[in-house]
Ligand binder design. Sequence first.
Ligand SMILES: Cc1cc2nc3c(=O)[nH]c(=O)nc-3n(C[C@H](O)[C@H](O)[C@H](O)COP(=O)(O)OP(=O)(O)OC[C@H]3O[C@@H](n4cnc5c(N)ncnc54)[C@H](O)[C@@H]3O)c2cc1C
Length: 497
Amino acid sequence: MSHPDNTQLVEDAKRQLDEIVAREDPLKPKDRLAIPFQEIPSQTPEERIANMDEVALGYTPEQARVESLRCFDCKKAPCVDGCPVRLDIPGFLRAAGEGDFREAIDIIKRNSLLPAVCGRVCPQETQCQLHCTVGKSLKDVNKSVSIGRVERFVADWEAEQAEQDLPEVKPETGRKVAVVGSGPAGVTVAADVRREGHAVTLFEAFHKPGGVLMYGIPEFRMPKRIVQREIDTLRTMGVTVETNFVVGRTRKLSDLIEKDGFDAVFVGTGAGLPKFMRIEGENLVGVFSANEFLTRANLMRAYDRKNADTPISNARKVAVLGGGNVAMDAARTAVRLGAEEVHLVYRRTEVEMPARVEEVGHAKEEGVIFHILENAKRVVGDEQGRVQAMECLKYELGEPDDSGRRRPVAIPDSEFMMPVDTVIVAIGNDSNPLIKQTTPEIETNRWGNIVVNENGKTSMDRVYAGGDIVLGAATVILAMGEGRRAAASINELLASE
Ligand SMILES: Cc1cc2nc3c(=O)[nH]c(=O)nc-3n(C[C@H](O)[C@H](O)[C@H](O)COP(=O)(O)OP(=O)(O)OC[C@H]3O[C@@H](n4cnc5c(N)ncnc54)[C@H](O)[C@@H]3O)c2cc1C
């Protein structure tokens, strides 16, 4: 696939904007439809596999305006129905199209606390952009207005301004709230509760806050400075951040209320427990969960071999099992760490892959070899217990299963060997089990997820929960939405007392 010339993209947008601005009559839908879709400038595959920097470089102001002007500003705004937090999408695109980026970001921030994050990692193609009338008119969802890219642009634009717009914090109320887990759910609750003037302490098990945004999603998709900026904002607002603090071990959940004087607790501990295949050879040296592999690479900066002490295997031939975002992130990280071959093994077809289409495209461009309708049967080791190969089976698709996706069925006697020295298992995550194990009074379902009511309240008095620990492994925007709901309930509870 040929890579667009970044300089050309930028120049084209300037010319296109000049032409639009010079028009005397207002834009009609057919004029908007004729405005060219703006590709995002990005690193070429050859450049980016040699570094960990962000792949997409972001729109220029002219590109953001031109792309926004493609929006029909529909009365019914079907895009808003596709957004889990119901951003006023036509509103912020209208402002961005006029070049009023301050107004655009202010509109977004009414509903979303993490626009620089969501603009980068939300699956817009299956949410807002799926419903976009422009994409529908052009009969191509890939040509919908790039809502996420404009969101990202205005969020980055705001961060570059000398004057930072800090959220207002009401006078101190004397009430105390504990937030357990510092992923998107916890960060959202901390901000929303703190704004009401309550004292907030954010407890995080890792040595760095940010959740999956910090330890899971790689730098080339989610620059850590952006996550750090959100944490810094919380600190400036007066939130206390306690790292290396494992609720359930360092302190029991019930003790936070009964002994430490917190008036309410939010649990946003995520889904960080990796699932394994349960096949022969999975305990061999060279088999990793994607979580471990990505945590070493991202949080512990193993990719920075010169400066970081974190060991990571020198993988040459890697097999990644799975077809979600986590699998793509692991495969693309392995490429950047210098693997000669990276094979992505998925037992369904590309149509059923849960990963974002963009990530699949990027992985292919970066040389990841896709094996669809195949799966591991066992991992084979050498006499030292190190991975030597993976025995695989071929699959075909049968009837749909409970998820609605067609069930993969192994083809008898289709075994074959794939020579590899590293296997990364990325087939999903379960909820973190520690709170459940150490807090018997909290109700969980059969998957170990915490059960909450429509207000985000758990079975325990004064304890709320949200994000992946409630939903199972889901998305950043859903975690943020759950956080907002729980924070509103906590604020209501404290205001009523
Ligand atoms: C590799 C990867 C790629 C992904 N890509 C995307 C994507 O492109 N788009 C998207 O929308 N979603 C993506 N997701 C999913 C998304 O990141 C999650 O849905 C989201 O982060 C969930 O937020 P959360 O706040 O519920 O939990 P998390 O982000 O998991 O944060 C939970 C935090 O709680 C901490 N914690 C756990 N137990 C305790 C304890 N007992 N005490 C104190 N702290 C504790 C954890 O250390 C962690 O920091 C991806 C996930 C992974 C793993």
